[in-house]
Unconditional design. Structure first.
Length: 226
């Protein structure tokens, strides 16, 4: 099973981890002195996830940056890669339809990154607001405000006044994961901690939250930089 791993990095860390980088390269990080038998065992345990993650990451440029938004490039939205097509005109410079994918006005190529971030922001707000409205009504939860941020290290947060913040990068994730992040933060409007009673509420709101949380932890690495 070690054949699934492209690189093993030894360090002073205490646990083993696997990361699938853009381009599909698989890197395992392990404590110094870890026996090959343990490395092989860990790779075997994670083999299904590795194969699935490689299939997703292989289409992302290996340097994890965009190459000028060229015609035919893939854009990640709602957990799926969509084709980018250059056109003579596109509403607001960058448009999207499920039938055609992303349409970029040729003369707006220099602003493509800015336009894509704007699109992600708009979609993150729209999707999170729809989910909030549904769950808040069902569970009698009150939200003070909703902001879309540029955060890269956290998907969402809830402040002491029950204001919710969500990273625009949420729009790259599958709908099920966006829903989990929203529920996670909504539950904080009642319990501003990660106590047992908090997690009990999350489970009542979303019985399969553990599976979604695990998916997010294992699969949300290496999203394209915008």
């Amino acid at each position: 099973m070690r054949t699934l791993i492209d690189e093993v990095i030894y360090s002073k860390r205490k646990t083993l981890s696997i990361e699938v980088k853009p381009g599909g390269r698989v890197v395992m990080r392990v404590p110094k002195g870890t026996p090959n038998a343990r490395i092989n065992q860990f790779a075997r345990e994670k083999s299904d996830w590795i194969i699935q993650a490689k299939a997703r990451m292989v289409n992302i440029p290996a340097d994890n940056t965009r190459q000028g938004f060229q015609d035919g490039e893939k854009i990640l939205y709602l957990g799926k890669f969509w084709d980018l097509t250059h056109v003579s005109r596109a509403k607001h410079g960058l448009g999207f339809t499920p039938e055609k994918g992303f349409l970029l006005q040729k003369e707006e190529t220099a602003r493509a990154s800015e336009l894509l971030v704007k699109f992600y922001r708009q979609e993150t707000r729209r999707l999170t607001m729809e989910i909030i409205a549904r769950y808040a009504a069902n569970w009698s939860l009150k939200v003070d405000s909703v902001r879309v941020t540029s955060a890269k290290t956290r998907w969402g947060s809830c402040n002491s006044k029950n204001g919710l913040n969500f990273s625009y990068r949420l729009a790259m994730l599958p709908m099920e994961m966006i829903e989990y992040v929203v529920v996670h933060e909504l539950a904080h409007t009642r319990h501003h901690n990660h106590s047992r009673v908090y997690w009990n509420l999350v489970e009542k709101m979303m019985p399969d939250y553990r599976a979604r949380r695990l998916w997010l932890k294992q699969n949300a690495h290496g999203l394209p930089e915008i």
